[in-house]
Design a protein around this ligand. Structure first.
Ligand code: ZN
Length: 95
C-alpha cells in the first residue's frame, strides 16, 4: 500500500493502546502507537520528511513491531534532521 490517503485515515482511527510517546527527543507526550509523534512536533518536521514517513509507513507495523527497512531509514532521517536542528539551536542565533 503506497497511497497516503487511506493510511492517514487509518492512523487517525488508532487509539492509545499502549505506552508510546512522541518520537521527538525528550518529548513525553503520549501518542497512539501508529503515530510518529505529537502534533506540534510532527508538524515541525519538514514536509519532505513527513511525506517520506507516510510513504514508507505500513498500517499494522506498530502492532507487529516490524517496520520496513524503508520506514526505519525515514525515521532515522527524521531523527538526524532533529539533531541538526537542536545542534544549531544550542549554538545560538548568532553564528
Ligand atoms: Zn512531541
Amino acid at each position: 500500500m503506497s497511497a497516503v490517503g487511506p493510511k492517514v485515515a487509518y492512523v487517525k482511527r488508532q487509539a492509545q493502546t499502549r505506552n508510546h510517546t512522541c518520537h521527538w527527543p525528550g518529548c513525553t507526550q503520549q501518542v497512539p502507537p501508529a503515530m510518529w509523534g505529537c502534533r506540534p512536533h510532527w508538524y515541525s518536521l519538514p514536509l519532505a520528511l513527513r511525506t517520506r514517513i507516510w510513504k514508507t509507513f505500513a498500517p499494522g507495523q506498530e502492532k507487529t513491531g516490524l517496520p520496513s527497512r524503508e520506514y526505519v531509514a525515514a525515521a532515522k532521517a527524521a531523527q538526524d534532521w532533529i539533531q541538526d536542528q537542536l545542534a544549531s539551536a544550542s549554538k545560538g542565533a548568532n553564528p
